[in-house]
Design a protein around this ligand. Structure first.
Ligand code: GAR
Length: 226
């Protein structure tokens, strides 16, 4: 008789953390629903009670929690409340999707290697805030979006997927943000799919995709001037 090989419970249990509109959450919901991402979204947490993403989650039948940061005396107690909720839901992957609180090492270490973020610029250029305006002001011809593992340095973890969009004459921050967002909705589901399929290997800062189909850069990564 052979020993039972321990298998990970399938499908992967995902939580999404939001603060606002939740259009990236919607992209993940849609791509889970159509089978592209082999996973289940089991919890959505918002640190704002008025985040529209909460409605998106409820419409999809996903449990939601509002954990306001304001009543907590410090970041650690706020993060501990989120950690407790995530562990109680047996979450295996946490996706930040427009979650607008900087996380401390307490949270990041708890979910090391299991915490993804999407950022509306081509990292390592333009980490931080107001990145669309900063890319325009810098005279950049291209910007884009990045999905990366979260590490303790803000917006600096190993990069899983990026998409490039042009910055056009006459762009302002909202028009550029909208162009980038369309690509975010493609590459976040792609990155989560690759994670859920166990196809990501991290070596230092570099993420390699192993096995399965290769990624078509024309489809995902490079946007024509729309
Ligand atoms: C997205 O553009 C996301 O990349 C950005 O917030 C927006 C959320 O939109 N995230 C950050 O700037 C994180 N620093 P959504 O709520 O519609 O997904």
């Amino acid at each position: 008789m052979t020993d039972a090989i321990p298998t990970r419970r399938a499908p992967l249990r995902i939580a999404v953390l939001i603060s606002g509109s939740g259009s990236n959450l919607q992209a993940l919901i849609d791509r889970v629903a159509d089978g592209f991402i082999p996973a289940r979204i089991v919890l959505v947490i918002s640190n704002r009670a008025d985040a529209f993403g909460l409605e998106r989650a409820q419409k999809a039948g996903i449990p939601t929690r509002v954990i306001l940061h304001t009543p907590f005396p410090d970041r650690a107690s706020f993060e501990q409340a989120m950690i407790d909720a995530l562990l109680a839901a047996e979450v295996e992957l946490v996706c930040l999707a427009g979650f607008m609180r900087v996380l401390t090492p307490l949270f990041i270490r708890t979910f090391a290697g299991r915490l993804l973020n999407i950022h509306p610029a081509l990292l390592p250029a333009f980490p931080g805030l107001h990145v669309q305006q900063r890319a325009i002001d810098a005279g950049a011809r291209f910007s884009g979006a990045t999905v990366h593992f979260v590490t303790e340095e803000v917006d600096a973890g190993p990069i899983i997927a990026q998409a490039v969009v042009p910055i056009l004459d006459g762009d302002d921050a909202p028009s550029l943000a909208a162009r980038i967002l369309k690509r975010e909705h493609l590459i976040y589901p792609l990155a989560v799919k690759l994670y859920a399929e166990g196809r990501l290997r991290v070596a230092g800062q570099r993420v390699c995709v192993v096995d399965g189909e290769s990624i078509d850069p024309e489809e995902y990564l490079i946007s024509p001037a729309e």
